[in-house]
Write a protein that binds this ligand. Structure first.
Ligand SMILES: Nc1ncnc2c1ncn2[C@@H]1O[C@H](COP(=O)(O)OP(=O)(O)OP(=O)(O)O)[C@@H](O)[C@H]1O
Length: 343
């Protein structure tokens, strides 16, 4: 439903977006994730029509929103926008915030406001409350209802959950994803939180310095990241030098199957912590030992000394009894390791 082609943008000689391409399917949820300053908000503002790209083309549902000859202004794009922290009008109550920009008679507006409040699971009694009288999660729902009031085909969400605390954040995120799915509205969420991106989206676009380094399903980008930086950005990873041998590799943790049947020679392999099972064993059974344990409850961070490797391996994993500095451990690897750069 949305096609971006070769979108570039420069601010005072600094290239902020560099030839971006992206397809968004009808009713799908895309997350754009990347470190601060990578250009996520600029892209969202370009899509909304608040900013103009230098070059490129934006087509939504067969209609060209931007190219060298055309520019459709923000209010005619049929795109909803939920900014960071909701940005409600403080001098309007909840109902008037939602009704902002709605046409129709008083009665029609009232019915629509109630339907929208039901849609985002807001108690109708809150209609007369002021933004400062409701919680952060409720404010986000009002902002969402206000954006949905325009019946958009596409919803843009700019870090909309960042001000909420962890539990409420996950709940609001899930409710928003469900709601958009039910309404059949495609959405693009911008976030620097990789867990949020993986959990919200059906498609994740990883952004770095104005480029998409990878676009794929959450599972693809997490398990098959294109490079080490992307791997580490999306979650914890153990990355080790290895001797590759067409489908397997020998690294400091032992022999491991790889996802690359062709790679041979020197290279590097990546494993996610959940692939590694650490079991205490007798000293003669393994050359790997625990140098340090940081117990934080469900998870512990282990610093492991590996024979033949100067750098210790840091591994965050589910806590087990009997882990102490000096304990020898065996590591069993599940699944395949991802191969990076090989000669
Ligand atoms: N109007 C502007 N004028 C000049 N530079 C700008 C403007 N808007 C953004 N930039 C610059 O463009 C770069 C990308 O900014 P952008 O806000 O898009 O990044 P971001 O990935 O959304 O970051 P964050 O996660 O911190 O919000 C930054 O270096 C920023 O300083």
């Amino acid at each position: 439903m949305l096609e971006l082609t070769s979108i570039s943008k420069t601010f005072s000689d600094v290239q902020v977006l560099d030839s971006l391409n992206l397809s968004v399917a009808p009713g799908s949820r895309t997350a754009i994730v990347g470190p601060s300053g990578s250009g996520k908000t600029t892209l969202l503002r370009i899509l909304a029509g608040f900013e103009t790209p230098d070059t490129g083309r934006i087509v939504m549902q067969g209609r060209t929103l931007f190219d060298e000859n055309s520019f459709v202004p923000a209010h005619l794009r049929g795109i909803g926008f939920v900014p960071q922290e909701g940005a409600l009008f403080p001098h309007l109550n909840v109902a008037d915030n939602i009704a902002w920009g709605l046409n129709g008679t008083r009665h029609e507006k009232r019915q629509r406001i109630e339907a929208l409040m039901d849609m985002v699971s807001l108690d109708r009694q809150l209609a007369t409350h002021w933004p400062h009288e409701i919680s952060g999660g409720q404010q986000q729902r009002v902002a969402l209802a206000r954006a949905l009031a325009q019946r958009p085909s596409l919803m843009l969400l700019d870090e909309p959950f960042s001000a909420l605390d962890t539990g409420l954040r996950a709940m609001t995120r899930k409710a928003t994803a469900d709601l958009l799915a039910e309404a059949g509205v495609a959405s693009i969420l911008v976030t620097h939180d990789q867990n949020e991106a993986l959990s919200f989206a059906t498609q994740v676009a990883v952004m770095r310095a104005g480029r998409f380094t990878q676009v794929g399903t959450p599972y693809e980008v997490y398990t098959q990241p294109v490079d080490e930086e992307t791997a580490l950005f999306l979650g914890d990873a153990v990355i080790l030098p290895a001797q590759l041998n067409a489908g397997s590799a020998l690294c400091a943790l032992g022999e491991v199957l790889t996802d690359n049947a062709h790679a041979t020679g020197e290279g590097r392999v990546m494993m996610r912590p959940e692939q590694l099972r650490v079991t205490a064993c007798a000293a003669h059974e393994s050359p790997i030992s625990i140098l340090d344990v940081d117990f934080t409850g469900q998870l512990s961070t282990l610093t492991l000394g590996l024979a033949g490797q100067q750098q210790p391996v840091i591994l965050k994993t589910v806590s087990q009894p009997g882990w102490n500095p000096g304990t020898s451990v065996r590591i069993d690897i599940a699944g395949t390791a991802r191969v990076f750069e090989y000669s």
